[in-house]
Ligand binder design. Structure first.
Ligand SMILES: [Zn+2]
Length: 270
């Protein structure tokens, strides 16, 4: 149940933690971080007052948003009844500012007649992000969903036609239209639809609130409800929705909290 890559250094510590039936995780709390942890069975956890699922095998996940505060409280209720509260230091990060000029006005400010549609789609995504399924399909780590140039990073602030917009909460991979987009881990298809901003979009549930999102696809090769294997084609890179050119927008969420996919992906090969 250990991530295959990028976790070798943390492995002995994690195994030791398991042996001692402590509560431990790989990596450090930081803005945008998603941490995979292990507790002894029967442990109950809450992060900043919110209950966190602990699997029957002890697996759990903690996520920290782009603007997470400098510390967080983790309440641990051990199976034997003892409780403790740990204060976690959440490391800050610096975020890029990205300026994009010359976008068509209609795409910067949506026309009034699509506002209802946008609201419906936003509500649908918010509902999906409450899904808390028990299978730890994230446990073997993540693969790149497509090969291409990184054209946008998590956390960056976009200034469109001189107007500051909401931070970019995903990773953009630019590649030609038609480049296959693959599932980054096994999962279940929660959403396969066409949205105004995201274009053709797929959302996969990997369990414990971990969801990956693949947007701006040229086509959809999966349907809602399907179970998909790692690297199963989901569709292809496209330019649907609000885009300036063909690319994949990859999102990774822990419930409503968008986290940075990049630190969880294998190093890019030259
Ligand atoms: Zn993007």
């Amino acid at each position: 149940m250990i991530q295959r890559r990028a976790a070798l250094l943390a492995l002995p510590a994690l195994l030791a933690a398991r042996a001692a039936t402590a509560t431990a995780w790989r990596g450090e709390p930081a803005q945008g971080a998603l941490l995979f942890g292990q507790a002894s069975a029967g442990t109950r956890l809450a992060l900043d007052g919110r209950a966190v699922r602990v699997g029957s095998d002890g697996a759990f996940v903690l996520g920290f948003g782009r603007d997470a505060k400098p510390d967080a409280l983790l309440e641990v209720a051990h199976a034997g009844g003892r409780t403790e509260t740990r204060r976690l230091a959440v490391a800050p990060r610096d975020w890029q500012v990205q300026r994009l000029e010359g976008l068509p006005g209609a795409m910067v400010t949506p026309p009034p007649d699509v506002l209802d549609r946008i609201a419906r789609e936003r509500a649908a995504l918010a509902a999906l992000r409450k899904v808390d399924s028990g299978e730890a399909l994230f446990a073997d780590g993540f693969d790149w969903p497509a090969r291409g140039r990184i054209s946008g990073v998590y956390g960056s602030q976009r200034v469109l036609n001189g107007e500051a917009r909401a931070p970019h909460l995903g990773l953009d991979v630019a590649a030609p239209v038609g480049t296959p987009v693959l599932a980054m881990a096994p999962g279940r298809v929660l959403l396969a639809a066409e949205f105004y901003f995201l274009g053709k979009v797929v959302v996969l549930d990997h369990g414990h609130g971990v969801q990956s999102l693949y947007a701006h696809l040229s086509r959809l090769d999966v349907a809602e409800g399907m179970a998909v294997a790692r690297r199963r084609p989901l569709g292809a890179i496209g330019a649907t929705g609000r885009v300036t050119g063909p690319h994949l927008h990859l999102g990774l969420n822990w419930f409503a909290t968008a986290v940075d996919p990049q630190p969880l992906l294998p190093p890019v090969q030259g």
